[in-house]
Design a protein around this ligand. Structure first.
Ligand code: NAD
Ligand code: ZN
Length: 342
């Protein structure tokens, strides 16, 4: 089968012929239809310091996908050949205290699909049955392909109640963009989105932001004035991974405000902790998706009419993966999808 492999310890990815993965008795083999390119895949492509320390070479990468079940292990009863499924990208140990307590998203022995074990940028992927999510009838394959990052958005957006609240989203990358229709659906009042990239700010407007601003031109405090807000944002969703974005957020929260933090800073960062303390701000780190409450909510949100489709801006055949990665690196994209059926 064809797979996109990090086969050399240098910049780039290579489309190669590799064996179809074998399945154990508890595994499911999936014929991949479509995949999404994640920022993580770009790090691996670029072979940055994180990738060099993390990725064993050779490794088929990728973790955002949708496909059809092609075969099941002898112990698998809940799934059948032909089911349309996606996979949870974190394979947990199943034996630690958190796993046994049903808090699988808190497993400390998690392995990443396409990071620590073979990934989904391939014609076939094998995963444990406990990592499979079957889609509801009528689900669009493109939306299903990006359930993994959609899950990051849902997990973050629903961490704190937003009904009737004013929400600040820093960073309008694909995940920040997807949080906009979710918090809208969940009843937020003002949804202010910041980014430095005009293409992404325009997408944020089209996906339902009250205001989408470049904070270097319109400070968030100025946006608050425009909207007649008095006391700051109730809920902050940090989606930029930038110190400047986070600092701007802390400055603009109400007393008692709540921040869910998904963006990953490239290095340790300093903030004015006195603001957190005196303003009694809650900050919660968010990683991955809850297994499987977030997945349940994703399916229900899509069925309820939440439309994240504008976030998909580019589509290529897997044979044109170089174009897909170049588009991602340009920053002039939402989500980029690769087709593995041709
Ligand atoms: P992305 O890099 O595409 O988006 C980040 C956006 O932030 C970009 O559009 C960038 O222009 C913008 N930005 C940069 N500086 C800013 C500033 N000062 N103010 C406002 N915006 C600014 O990433 P993504 O794929 O949308 O993911 C969002 C973040 O979440 C990234 O940091 C990513 O590493 C992280 N992430 C975390 C998890 C997790 O489980 N915690 C999972 C996936 C991604
Ligand atoms: Zn565990």
């Amino acid at each position: 089968m064809r797979a996109l492999v990090k086969s050399r310890a240098e910049r780039g990815l290579w489309l190669e012929d590799v064996p179809v993965p074998e399945i154990g008795i508890n595994d499911v083999l999936i014929r991949v239809h479509r995949t999404g390119i994640c920022g993580t895949d770009v790090h691996i492509y670029n072979w940055d310091e994180w990738a060099q320390q993390t990725i064993p070479v050779p490794m088929a990468i990728g973790h955002e996908f949708v496909g059809e079940i092609a075969a099941i292990g002898s112990n698998v009863n809940d799934f059948k050949v032909g089911d349309l499924v996606s996979g949870e990208g974190h394979v947990v140990c199943g034996r630690c205290r958190n796993c046994l307590a049903g808090r699988r998203h808190l497993c400390a022995a998690t392995l990443g699909v396409g990071v620590n074990r073979p990934g989904a940028f391939a014609e076939y992927i094998s995963l444990p049955m406990t990592n499979i999510w079957r889609h509801n009838p009528g689900m669009s394959e493109e939306i299903a392909a990006i359930f993994d990052p959609f899950g990051n958005a849902v997990h973050t957006a629903l961490t704190f109640p937003v009904l009737g609240e004013d929400v600040l989203i820093t960073g309008a990358g694909p995940i920040g963009l997807m949080t906009i229709p979710i918090v809208r659906h969940a009843g937020a009042r003002h949804v202010v989105v910041t980014d430095l990239n005009p293409f992404r700010l325009e997408l944020a407007r089209s996906m339902g932001a009250t205001l989408a601003i470049d904070p270097t031109k319109t400070p968030v405090a100025e946006a608050q004035k425009q909207l007649g807000m008095q006391e700051g944002f109730d809920v902050g969703l940090e989606m930029s991974g930038s110190r400047a974005g986070f600092v701007e957020m802390i400055e603009n929260m109400c007393h008692g405000g709540k921040i869910a933090m998904l963006g990953i800073p490239a290095k340790p960062m300093e903030i004015d902790w006195r603001k957190v303390i005196f303003n009694m701000i809650t900050i919660k780190g968010i990683y991955g998706r809850e297994m499987y409450e977030t997945w349940y909510k994703m399916s229900v949100l899509v069925d309820s009419g939440v439309d994240i489709s504008p976030v998909i801006t580019h589509r290529y055949s897997h044979k044109e993966f170089e174009k897909g990665f170049a588009a991602m690196m340009s920053g002039e994209t939402g989500k980029v999808i690769l087709d593995w059926t041709d």
